[in-house]
Design a protein around this ligand. Sequence first.
Ligand SMILES: Nc1ncnc2c1ncn2[C@@H]1O[C@H](COP(=O)(O)OP(=O)(O)OP(=O)(O)O)[C@@H](O)[C@H]1O
Length: 483
Amino acid sequence: MRVLISWYAFNNDFVGSEANVKGPTYQFHQHFFDHDQHLILSSEKEDDTRLNVLMNRLALDFPHHRDRINHRYMDINDVIDMSTIKQKIEALLLSMSDHELDLFISPGTPAMQVAWYLCHSTLHLKTRLLQTRPPSKTKSGQPELVVTQAEESSMPVSMVIREELHQSTHAEEADHLILPSIQPVYDRAYKLAQTDRVTGLILGASGTGKEHLANYIHDHSSRRTRKFISVNCSALGDTLLESRLFGYERGAFTGADKRTDGYFDAAKGGTLFLDEIGDISPYMQQSLLRVLQTGGYMPVGSTTERKADVRIVAATHRLLRQECEAGKFRWDLFYRLAVAELHLPSLVERGAAEKRTLIEYFLTKKQSSFRRAKPLKLTAAAWRILDAYLFPGNIRELENLIESLYVFSGETADVADLPDWIRLPSSSTASFSWQEHEKALIQRALTYHSGNKARACAALGYGSINTLAKKIVDYQIGSTPEQ
Ligand SMILES: Nc1ncnc2c1ncn2[C@@H]1O[C@H](COP(=O)(O)OP(=O)(O)OP(=O)(O)O)[C@@H](O)[C@H]1O
């Protein structure tokens, strides 16, 4: 779909309280509009009388455009605040990234125009910058449409950023294995990284690489020289999570003997990764929503607000939309977080060929950390068993398995070197239900480690014991695990 997007011109699109037929928006419709949609942006929060006047006039004079004209309230307090304008239109453009976007830049304040230029040159979306030349400035006496070429040479800032990114991409390349099934996710993540503060929500089962992807976003953004801080939200109760995130003043609670900065301070200028966001309480959902809405936060026990200068990337293994539908997670927070939603597939969804490539990748990658002269080899029989195994713990389980093979095998790993639960699958692993498989695996790990949750958790490769504890409840695994 071809979409035209523009602000309206506060002065030029109006004569008094009427729409100006010589104004840029009207003229565009009269001479050049052949789009599937025109999205007119208003800086107001709601109820914009001027916008209504303009839209009514366009609908009246160009009835065949009527159904194609839409509007969006952008809620911009200060129309010369370039950074806020840029942030808001970045989010808008990313949400429409599947379309061809013509950015009509003639109407709007200079700050709005610069923001269009920056978004066009840094987001790598299918955007064109359009301007109109009024009849008084053309030889023909007719208005002309100009497609503005924002060459990189006219964009020194973004060029510098891109050059640095290019170098860092090379440095990081070895750590990211981007195979075809996740290429589109990483492409979207790259575009997200090019924005400054747009939030991202990564969805995917445990061990699918959510934190890895969040790291990739940070490494490819202009924030990469600052910190990437990862917080496992499910591991901390409300009070602890709140004081860790926002910091606290001296005397804020018993034991708070000195003023302490939180993760929002520590990650200043960088990226804050909120893992297991789906597990936070309604109270913390409200607190985070406030930060995302106001851009500020208050340390516990303080009355002074601090500005939050972080990009938030959140992740969860939960089906967050369903959690919202069930009333367990706030929709308003969901939408604030999910400006860019990224979904990582499980290993089962990624197919046999990619699983093999991942095994080979980790066999090679771990060689140097285990100081082996040659990469570990697998016998054909061991390969057959791994081909049949579904790896419910996804990449993390696969990576852990290769590490344990390096620890316990010689130059070649054979069937006998594989753990029991992989070598001797029970009838339940013949099932292709991911949940059944994971449940069986947890039961076996608990049996194997005599019910010791910490050891079972490490063997399963879960990031925290809380993840395991929750799964035990979710899957209704009894205290006496099945054999
Ligand atoms: N694209 C990739 N290339 C190379 N290694 C990867 C990739 N994706 C994930 N990994 C590796 O897989 C392991 C698991 O990834 P990660 O910790 O990001 O998963 P996760 O989804 O955040 O897990 P959890 O939900 O349990 O927190 C890590 O060691 C990570 O480095």
